[in-house]
Design a protein around this ligand. Structure first.
Ligand code: SF4
Length: 360
């Protein structure tokens, strides 16, 4: 009977291969013994990633026997969507997902709908369940670390949000729950699936990977030489103050971090974005601006200022007057672009630092 026999030389796989978990090149390599060509692998990727299904045999040059073999060797996993909230205030949307073991994590859809004719979304994805780094101003950090997400669990966040959206997803930011550079294999594979033309075809330049400052991960990203954008959460240029806010400073100290960023720039030619959560009275003084200028002298950076969102109330964003004074100090000391980032979705706890795997 067609599709029942195992081709000679094909070693049955121990567990089904999970589509959405592998790049098309990896699918080709793993399924080539079944007779799958590189073209078939790309078609398989398109069908699984864009339609959550297998290709139709006749329309795509798959023989019935090949398709049956692929179906037996693979599975198409899917996250459970537990909840979804859209902010009536600014249109940000938060999605609560569960993976195979019911571990919960969130993704946020960021609307960029202001430009007529170019209405699109960016999706902020999680890379881990919880986070081990325990930044003092972050709700995810207070959860502790539960586990890494697999590639397909990262990829499916965007697939499901795209399926739920009226406009295309044109960008992905790895700034949800977790530290992406501590789950870098899964993150890089997911980014590749986002970018490949037979995946979600999102421009590599519209994919942003953030980090709290994991130095080996930054060095590996530089050696991979992709076009992804790197954002480093610096928060303070004073190592003592930074250690209080971000315990990662102990293992990855600021001077070594800045040296890694200088090397990153030398290798990739890219300007690095430094994220600066605004913590009034802590990192918004003229002295903080002076220290930042000294630390980054000669390094092309952009500074992204983001209001802190701390539901515990221990940290607060600056008032208008405090922010203006800080911006003046930055202008006086630093000749780099400074961008004030809108921190949306606060009313649905979807803003930066608020993701805690719960809909409240
Ligand atoms: S800010 Fe990022 S790295 Fe720090 S605890 Fe939160 S999720 Fe982890």
């Amino acid at each position: 009977m067609p599709g029942k026999t195992t081709p000679p030389g094909f070693q049955p796989l121990e567990t089904p291969l999970l589509l959405k978990n592998l790049t098309s090149a990896e699918l080709h390599q793993k399924l080539a013994p079944l007779g799958l060509t590189a073209r078939h692998a790309r078609q398989l990727q398109v069908a699984a990633v864009r339609h959550g299904d297998y290709p139709r045999a006749a329309a795509n040059g798959f023989s019935a026997r090949l398709l049956a073999g692929v179906r037996r060797a693979t599975a198409i996993p899917r996250l459970k969507l537990l909840d979804r909230r859209v902010s009536p205030r600014d249109g940000f949307a938060k999605y609560l997902f569960a993976g195979t073991d019911d571990a919960r994590f969130e993704a946020v859809r960021i609307p960029l709908l202001h430009k007529a004719g170019d209405q699109k979304y960016v999706v902020c994805v999680s890379s881990q369940v919880g986070c081990a780094l325990g930044c003092d101003f972050c709700a995810t950090g207070r959860l502790g670390f539960q586990r890494d997400l697999t590639t397909w669990e990262i990829v499916d966040q965007v697939i499901q949000i795209q399926a739920d959206s009226a406009h295309p997803v044109r960008g992905v930011v790895f700034m949800g729950m977790g530290e992406p550079l501590l789950n870098l294999n899964a993150v890089l594979r997911a980014a590749q699936i986002f970018a490949e033309p037979c995946g979600l075809a999102i421009s590599a330049k519209a994919i942003t990977i953030s980090t709290a400052g994991i130095i080996p991960g930054i060095r590996r990203l530089a050696s991979e030489c992709r076009s992804y954008k790197l954002i480093v959460s610096l928060t303070s240029a004073d190592p003592r103050r930074r250690r209080e806010l971000m315990p990662v400073e102990q293992a990855h100290p600021t001077p070594a971090l800045i040296a890694a960023l200088r090397d990153y720039h030398a290798t990739t030619g890219q300007r690095i974005t430094l994220a600066w959560p605004l913590l009034a009275g802590i990192n918004t003084s003229a002295e903080a601006a002076r220290q930042l200028a000294g630390l980054t002298r000669g390094l092309p950076v952009q500074l992204d200022l983001i209001d802190v969102n701390d539901p515990t109330g221990r940290y607060r964003p600056p008032t208008r007057a405090e922010l203006d004074a800080f911006r003046d100090a930055l202008r006086a000391h630093l000749a780099v672009p400074v961008v004030r980032r809108y921190s949306g979705g606060q009313d649905i706890h979807a803003a930066c630092g608020m993701l805690a795997a719960a809909m409240s």
